[in-house]
Design a binder for this molecule. Sequence first.
Ligand SMILES: NC(=O)c1ccc[n+]([C@@H]2O[C@H](COP(=O)([O-])OP(=O)(O)OC[C@H]3O[C@@H](n4cnc5c(N)ncnc54)[C@H](O)[C@@H]3O)[C@@H](O)[C@H]2O)c1
Length: 255
Amino acid sequence: MAALSTNGSGQRFAGQTALVTGAGGGIGGAIIARLKAEGACVVATDLSLRDGQTDADHVITGDLIDPAFADGLPSAVQKMTGRLDILCNNAGIIARGEITQASDDDLRRSLAINVEAPFRLSRSAIPIMAAQGGGAIVNTASCWGLQPGPSHPIYVMTKAALASLTQCLGRDHAHQGIRVNAVCPNEVNTAMLRSGFEIRGLDPQAGIAALNQSVPLGRIAEPEDIADVVAFLASDDARYMVGALLEVNGGKPVG
Ligand SMILES: NC(=O)c1ccc[n+]([C@@H]2O[C@H](COP(=O)([O-])OP(=O)(O)OC[C@H]3O[C@@H](n4cnc5c(N)ncnc54)[C@H](O)[C@@H]3O)[C@@H](O)[C@H]2O)c1
């Protein structure tokens, strides 16, 4: 059996810098903890982060809807830490309801945060990574981007776009040593999921208990279940993986 790839340090990300968006959220927080535990220097970004809310080494706050902010983040990270090896495009929002309930603002914001920001961040990060000899981009897409779930047309199309961008960039930039892959979770126990119950006036804990019954593994994902796969894709253990859309679903297909 091959040993995990750790560059002899015992830590897969020693000497590497990672930028993680959506750092204040459930999955973002877990990604940061995993990357840090394995030696990465992590730069966290979100709209705002309270003192003590993140374990990251550096914090850059800002709104990913702002094109100049998104465009400038990778070079800001490089200036701050000297490198950029891993980009986790993880921030996302979910607009709920059928198309007739969707506002222009829902559409604009979802496209800007879920699609345009990963586009801008990747476009700025790739030349930096290429000059360093390689890197890894890991996008947080969704099972719903591969097979649409019901009543969320804006969300599913933005996640499908992110999945497609992942495959395209994976192919285009492999020759530069840059691997672009995505994790595609089904339901994960975070504020995003719980908000769906709250909006419908339901108790989130009861809702999650009911959802757990629908998953063959017996429970919906915890953020760490997703973060471990993100870390795998970011690491040299996934050195031959390019443009992959990895479903992490506990055996539950989109129904
Ligand atoms: N929770 C799930 O069931 C689930 C399933 C599949 C995919 N995902 C995806 O996982 C990713 C992380 O989601 P989560 O479940 O941790 O949700 P979350 O709501 O806990 O975290 C999302 C984070 O993104 C940040 N964000 C939103 N708009 C922003 C903006 N304009 N600028 C900067 N940051 C912004 C939020 O502040 C928040 O901290 C998202 O892309 C989501 O679509 C989640």
